[in-house]
Design a protein around this ligand. Structure first.
Ligand SMILES: NC(=O)c1ccc[n+]([C@@H]2O[C@H](COP(=O)([O-])OP(=O)(O)OC[C@H]3O[C@@H](n4cnc5c(N)ncnc54)[C@H](OP(=O)(O)O)[C@@H]3O)[C@@H](O)[C@H]2O)c1
Length: 303
């Protein structure tokens, strides 16, 4: 690693737990029986490629009953569903071409699901707008607002429709938001202020949703998946060799773990997938999570 990469990674990676994981590990392995998704229907936005695809793959490994993947490019989303189906041991994988940023398309999607009697147990909000890489005043309102519209309004639209479905008494919903370290580590990601700002606002929206809704009704978990080499990273000018990328298996396994009662203790909070979940649950960190309602939440530093 050269010194730029070293210092970027040092300033970017936040190691809250002593053990920092860079790939999937036993506690969040999707095939762990305690994480089984049997009988569950899972909907994942932006799952044709990248992190969303691997999240879908992990839910297939965890034996969900049905995994529905969304993406705009019809060929890509269909190809993804075919390759996931080929690996599936009983999970039905369905591709639905859908632009999550379009209010009409989102209304049609939920209308279609309701019409065919499909109820979603787990919603993974993964697709994002990565914004324009320029200072806010250089890009102006249009670019900033487009990203805000997707990373806040569209996420809330999906969340509201998910929450308001009738699942039947006592059936818990799981909402997982793929966030980013850019929502708090503003120095390291200073070149992409629109992304930081709008992903932060989207995550804060879900934090406040979780404030009002107990985890027994809808468990909400917001997480940074790690630095992963994907189409989005490539489009921002990174190459396979620019960073010591983390393994996407971690994000997939973490998302499955987050969709189980084991993760209820971090309802409404923001965490990194790399943080060891057993360390989070126990010891000083576990105590702080029990006692401090603001720990790992968005707010103002120093008060
Ligand atoms: N990669 C990283 O290092 C990293 C780090 C931190 C956080 N994240 C977060 O991880 C998530 C996924 O990132 P990624 O790197 O995997 O991105 P990616 O490689 O660009 O993949 C995004 C996926 O979402 C789909 N998509 C994009 N816009 C959509 C829309 N409007 N409606 C439906 N599907 C849409 C894309 O397919 P179509 O283009 O066909 O729609 C694609 O399948 C994002 O929330 C990002 O903020 C990533």
């Amino acid at each position: 690693m050269d010194s730029f990469v070293d210092s970027f990674m040092d300033s970017f990676i936040k190691k809250l737990t002593k053990t920092y994981h860079r790939s999937v590990y036993p506690a969040v392995t999707p095939t762990r029986p305690e994480l089984s998704q049997a009988g569950k229907t899972v909907l994942i936005t932006g799952a044709s490629t990248g992190i969303g695809y691997h999240v879908a793959k992990s839910f297939v490994q965890a034996k969900a009953e049905k995994v529905i993947i969304l993406g705009r490019r019809v060929d890509k989303v269909k190809a993804a569903a075919e390759s996931l189906s080929a690996e599936s041991q009983g999970t039905k994988v369905v591709a639905i071409p859908c632009d999550v940023g379009s209010p009409t398309a989102v209304a049609e999607l939920w209308g279609r699901l309701a019409g065919e009697g499909t109820r979603i147990d787990v919603l993974v909000l993964n697709a994002a707008n990565t914004g324009i890489v320029k200072p806010l005043m250089e890009q102006g309102l249009a670019g900033v607002w487009e990203a805000y519209d997707f990373n806040v309004r569209a996420q809330f639209d999906m969340t509201e429709r998910f929450y308001k479905q009738e699942l039947g008494a006592g059936i818990k919903k799981y909402l997982i938001h793929v966030s980013t370290g850019a929502v708090h580590n503003f120095d390291a990601t200073a070149v992409m202020p629109t992304y930081s700002m709008t992903k932060h606002a989207g995550a804060l929206t879900l934090q406040l949703v979780a404030y009002d809704i107990p985890p027994e009704d809808m468990q909400v978990i917001i997480f940074h998946p790690g630095a992963i080499f994907t189409e989005a990273a490539e489009s921002q000018g990174f190459t396979k060799d620019s960073l010591p990328w983390e393994d996407v298996s971690l994000a997939g396994g973490f998302a499955v773990w987050a969709a189980t009662p084991e993760a209820e203790f971090i309802h409404g909070r923001f965490v990194w997938a790399g943080w060891d979940v057993d360390e989070l649950k126990t010891g000083e960190l576990g105590k702080r999570l029990k006692e401090d309602p603001n720990f790992l939440k968005f707010g103002v530093n120093g008060i």
